[in-house]
Write a protein that binds this ligand. Sequence first.
Ligand SMILES: [Zn+2]
Ligand SMILES: [Zn+2]
Length: 327
Amino acid sequence: MLRFGEARDPSPGPGEALVRVRTCGVCYHDVLMRQGKYRDVRLPRIIGHEVAGEVACLGPDVSGLEVGDRVLVPTWLSCGVCAHCQERQNELCEAPGRMPGHDEDGGYAELMCAPATCLTRFPESIPWDQAAALPCAAATALEAVRGVAGVKPGDSVLVTGAGGGLGVHATQLSRLHGARVIASTTSKHKAQLLEDLGADHVICGPAEGLAKSVKALTGGTGVTVVIECVGTATFEASLRSLAAEGRMALIGAVSGDTVPIKPAVLVLKDLTISGCSRQARLTDVVDLVVSGSLRPIVSRTLGLNEAAEAHRLLESRESFGRIILQT
Ligand SMILES: [Zn+2]
Ligand SMILES: [Zn+2]
């Protein structure tokens, strides 16, 4: 259940910054949080982990940030105090990562706290609504495409759920890394938009015919890479769409549902399936946007008091790209 109301202002502890949230992306993770699908969550919880905002004030022992800086909050927070974090090598932090909006209060709010060393500054040339598409949607897509799947020239990439928040960015990034891109969506009206983002082919329709269509577009061999942004509904079709020695990066399957797998298919075709919950460095994502190589795609911007409508829109899968809440 979602409830809109007043909460006490948080105050930053040592090493933390208080961020005035300007925009927060709406992720399917938030829908699953609302539905009570995660048993490790303590309620009540302010959800939201895709935050762009301004530094409102600094706690003790913070350097390198100033009040008014435009910052992105990452999807995973490191401790902020160990030697790695002090060097801004947050990914090397050995403390367990905490997800804002899940393990602690997050971005469906006007204010939130985060370790200052986790925050990434970004320039005014990136508008607030687009900025909120970067910490999760674009950064996860970049990690999956560049890091996990290692997409390179010569690859053919199938992106499932290509019209969603992850998919619109995975489509652009696969193309940027030199691949031929097949975008799959169930919504006909998204086909032209996906071609505009660089998809070489768009397959519209349910999962049933997907593998057959992919095979037809690849001379019967299948694709070398799948960026699986949907999860259970398309998983089997994605697996059947892979060529021998193909690799799948799985980024959209966080619902906890199960899928049938024939292990023999993995063995005989030498397939690799890798999950990816990590995000690329936000400085890399910001650089791609500033240089014009990546367009953050936002479908709708709604008020914080319209979060329920944002969830309804996300669940209907009508929207193209990320839905954003604005404070
Ligand atoms: Zn997210
Ligand atoms: Zn640390």
